[in-house]
Each structure stands twice: as structure tokens, then as C-alpha cells.
Design a protein around this ligand. Sequence first.
Ligand code: FAD
Length: 365
Amino acid sequence: MSGTVIVGGGPAGAAAAIALARAGRPPLLLERDSMPAEKVCGEFLAEDAARLLRSLDLDLAALGAVPITRALFAAGRRQAEMPLPFAAWGLPRATLDAALLEAARNAGAEVRLGTAVRGAERAGEGWRVRLVSGERLDCVNLVLATGKHELRGQPRAARGGSLGLKLPLLGEAPEAAVTLLLCGGGYAGLQPRPGGGANLCAALDPAAPGVAEAGRSSRSFLAHVARGSALAERLLAALRPEAERPMAVAGVPYGFLHRGGGPFRIGDQAAVIPSFCGDGVAMALGSGLHAAAALVSAVPSVSHHAAWRRQVRGEMRMARVLALLASAAPRLLIAALAAAPGIAGWAALRTRLGAGVGDPHGPSL
Ligand SMILES: Cc1cc2nc3c(=O)[nH]c(=O)nc-3n(C[C@H](O)[C@H](O)[C@H](O)COP(=O)(O)OP(=O)(O)OC[C@H]3O[C@@H](n4cnc5c(N)ncnc54)[C@H](O)[C@@H]3O)c2cc1C
């Protein structure tokens, strides 16, 4: 019987694995991909993610991340720019996830790549984990870190959701900027990647006109975003897709916050903050550290989930307001940003995780 099994090796699972191993409770981490892969993600990481990564001895600049210092916004013919009120970076997810999994291994966690879990259920006082290979593993504690993917037998109580699309591009995006391009059914973020090229990533309402088509080919995706603003049309005309189709993930339940007990849920299994309005990766890292501290102190999962909800509900609320404004009243949002960048900076700061979050010695549990 294992102590703790973590299912999923994204930022949440890896952060929990590092913290548990460092606390003398090395877990077994199961990740279905055989090597860290790209994920549907805007790759925007702010100071809160950087601080949590530093606590795990990972430095974004040393990993080659591109500094991002300003934000551009565009809808129709309108455009606004503001300096970011916090430090930020861009880093491909394959690079970040690989560094985190290596750190987990170095800390003493057992990391099994290429190991897909089919399902999990209660077995006595503990849990039984069933692998796709047919193997069964019994453990005392189960941590669900499967991100956007539901594990059979343990689905999230989340409904509906957005379509996430991601497309790496060749060419140049505006330097040191995250560019938020409002378009039909939602918005897309464009930012430079280390070593050249750019990442275009969108969160869209799957029922909005043109969105289903946008998910089918890179050309349609670029055309859909370009129709949203004059700036998008100009920027995207100079960029070429690296793939024929964008990566896609359906049913992203923005605003979801897990309630109740069951297995320990972390990352997107615990809470899903609207993309570009808040850092999903920082939330994943913070919740992984939070769950590790709970496991070490024998705090039950129901208390961990309740404490995590209290920690992040202010950030979640502000991110939801900003995302709603971006999709329902984009021109109003741009006008407000241009007229009062100070207020925009204040709102953006309120979507970032506070300094005590994820600190195992902090007052979070
Ligand atoms: C459109 C969009 C844009 C975004 N942009 C940003 C951004 O710019 N910045 C930001 O900070 N966040 C962003 N996010 C959010 C961010 O991607 C997530 O919040 C973050 O990846 C959550 O981390 P996680 O570890 O919970 O899950 P993931 O990163 O999804 O990792 C889950 C892991 O579990 C594995 N897994 C799943 N099922 C199984 C199984 N059955 N067996 C074994 N392994 C399994 C997967 O292979 C994966 O490696 C964005 C999200 C979307 C949808």
C-alpha cells in the first residue's frame, strides 16, 4: 500500500509532489503523457506564480522565460495599453512542466510517466487506483491533479464550459507584451515565446457564431480572432501557424470551486479561474502546496477544500467580473482602460494570489 498517490503531473501535481517529498512523505505521481507536453494555456505567468516557483527553487528567468511588462487590449477599432502592475513572464508549458517534474524527482518523489489512470474508488479507509494497463494500486491518500480532465468515478461537479484553443505561431508578437484581443464569443491572448515566435490562446463560448469552425483549422482560428479588432487583423497577418489545427480543450468550467470531501483536489480540479484574468498556473501551484501541507498535518480533504475556497474566492470573483466585462461589453472595457489605467492596474492586482497563499507555514489551514 502506497502513502499518497498523485494522479496528474501538471503544475499542481508536481508542486504537491515536491512539497510532500521535502516533508519526508515522498508520493507516487502518475502522469499519462510519456514526456511533458504542451497544454492549452496562454503561457502568461505573473509574480504570484514566480514567487511560488521560487519557493520550489525554480526561477523563471533561469528557465529562459520572456519578460512581459505591458498589456495591450483591442476590440473593434479601439485599442488601449497599460504597464503591468506586477512582474510577468511567458514560458511554454512543456518547459515549465518538465522543470517541475524533474524537481519532484530530485526531491525524492517517484514519478511514473506514460502511466494513464483509468479510475479510482474508495477501498476501506484508503483508495484503489486502476491504471489503464490493468494494474491496481492501493493507497492511503489520493490527490486528483488531472487538470481539465475528469477521472472516471471522481468527476467534478462542474457544468458547461468554454472552448480553449492554442496555436503556436512563427513570426513576431509585440515585444514584452501580452496582447488581449477581444473577438466573437470571448477573447484571445497573444504573447512572445522564448527564442522567437508567439503563442495565441483563446477562451471562447462554443455556441457563439464562428467558434466551432475556429476549432477545426488554424486558418479559421486566425480569421476568427482577426475579425474581432483592427489590431488583431494587423498583427496576425504577419504571423504563420506552426500546425494545421489549434490544440483544443472543451468544457472549461470557469468559476468552478470544489466543495466537499473525497480525494484531495488541486489545480483545475479544485478551482478554475478565468484565463488571462487570473493565473491558473499560480492557482495550481498554490493549491498543490496547500494540499501537501494539509496531508502532512493530517487535515482532512474537506477542510483543505474549504480553506482553499476561502483563500481564493476574492481573486476568483474579480477575475470573473473582468472576464464578463471582456465578453459582454468589450468596447466599454477598452474605453475604461484607456481613461483610467490606474483602476485597471488595481483590478489586475486583485486577481493575483496573495503572499501567504501556498506557504506551508502560513495561516491557510
Ligand atoms: C484557454 C486557456 C488559457 C489559459 N491561459 C493561462 C495563462 O496564460 N496563464 C496561466 O497561469 N494559466 C492559464 N490557463 C490555466 C492553466 O492552463 C491551468 O489552470 C493549469 O494548467 C492547471 O494546472 P493543473 O496541474 O491543475 O492541470 P494540467 O496542467 O491540465 O495538468 C494535468 C495533468 O494531468 C494529466 N492527466 C490527466 N488525466 C490523467 C489520467 N487519467 N491519468 C494520468 N494523468 C492524467 C495530464 O496529462 C496533465 O499533464 C489557461 C487555461 C485555458 C483553458
